[in-house]
Design a protein around this ligand. Structure first.
Ligand SMILES: Nc1ncnc2c1ncn2[C@@H]1O[C@H](COP(=O)(O)OP(=O)(O)OP(=O)(O)O)[C@@H](O)[C@H]1O
Length: 341
């Protein structure tokens, strides 16, 4: 996908009182792309979304949509659809009227509004639910109504703020697939806020990892997982151990650990839990320690090895059960198991 600048966040900063929520953020989103903003609570994801929607004014920088600087435009004149975590449906309006509301506000005639709202509800699989009130719908169905309401205005950009976080795990996985399929079918440019790394990886064309109001790193899900460039990304993307050390003549070393094949200047070794095995054999990685945790997770075991350089996490297949706790172990890397920053 070309990163044609359909939506550009150009060096935007948001300040609340004397605290900086977002600091000099620059991101370009291509037309039709789904970009996730991923990061821990408080890193500035929602504030970024609010600046795109127009609820928060950037104190510096610009939001450019399709070549136009929309930074100063009021919310209702931006053609942007938003789905909030809380759905924010009107309890006293039916599903059809909730979806049609935005059109009526835009002075679309009543019959036309109803027809378009009905079509939007059909799109999200709620064909039979036009006359239900929000209180008569499940959480997942309310979420679909909120999505239909955002889509019915045919927005230039769709903004989704943790839309799945109120749903149970099963439904969340289904909705994730549905939203992604719909987004691709409609080709709608989407910015998706989440703190759930799996959700971001599963749904996105690219992921922007944020930390403390700053962009830590941006890339495709596979690139971020296989070759993280920032230590924050490496540790935030989960199931990775980051070890500090130094490199001389291609050999990375840290207390009680060495790893061959390091580029000059590397100061961190990233060990990816799912690409490590407990083994008597050694490869490029030399480290030994003691098994201190082995949890059965169904298809895998999660194991922790305590070593001189800290605790190293492994995720091993369930047909390779770890030895008893307290057993001395060494670790073998599989391709992609050890990378350097
Ligand atoms: N209206 C506000 N007034 C003052 N400070 C705010 C306001 N909204 C957010 N903040 C602060 O700005 C920072 C960024 O908040 P933001 O909601 O953008 O983070 P987030 O990454 O979306 O977090 P979460 O995942 O918890 O929603 C936080 O430190 C937060 O406390």
């Amino acid at each position: 996908m070309s990163h044609k600048h359909y939506l550009t966040l150009d060096n935007i900063t948001a300040i609340y009182g004397d605290s900086v929520a977002v600091s000099g953020l620059t991101i370009e989103v291509a037309k039709g792309e789904l970009l996730s903003l991923l990061g821990p609570s408080g890193c500035g994801k929602t504030t970024t979304l609010r600046m795109i929607a127009g609820f928060v004014q950037p104190s510096e920088g610009r939001v450019i949509l399709n070549g136009e600087d929309i930074s100063k435009r009021p919310v209702h004149t931006r053609n942007i659809g938003v789905v909030f975590q809380s759905y924010a449906l009107f309890p006293h309006l039916t599903a059809l009227d909730n979806v049609g509301f935005g059109l009526r506000m835009r002075h679309v005639g009543k019959a036309d509004s109803r027809a378009r709202a009905a079509a939007a509800l059909d799109t999200v699989g709620l064909g039979g639910y036009y006359d239900r009130y929000p209180g008569q719908l499940s959480g997942g169905q309310q979420q679909r109504v909120a999505l239909a309401r955002a889509l019915v205005i045919e927005p230039d950009v769709l903004l989704l703020d943790e839309p799945l976080s109120n749903l149970d795990a099963h439904l969340r996985a289904d909705m994730r697939t549905e939203i992604r399929t719909l987004q691709q079918r409609l080709g709608i440019t989407t910015v998706f806020v989440t703190h759930d790394q799996q959700e971001a990886l599963a749904m996105s064309d690219r992921v922007a990892v944020m930390n403390k109001g700053l962009l830590a790193e941006i890339g495709t899900p596979v690139a971020l997982c296989d070759r993280p460039h920032s230590p924050f990304t490496a540790s935030f993307l989960g199931a990775r151990t980051v070890i500090e050390g130094k490199t001389e003549n291609g050999l990375f070393s840290a207390p009680g650990l060495t790893c061959e094949g390091a580029p000059s200047g590397a100061t961190r070794l990233v060990l990816r839990a799912s690409r490590l095995r407990l083994s008597g054999e050694t490869g490029p990685l030399h480290v030994s320690g003691t098994l201190v945790n082995a949890a059965f997770l169904g298809d895998t075991y999660e194991a922790d090895i305590q070593s001189a350089c800290g605790t190293i996490r492994l995720i091993v297949p369930s047909d390779m059960p770890p030895p008893p706790l307290g057993t001395p172990c060494s670790i073998q890397t599989q391709p992609g198991g050890a990378t350097f920053i």
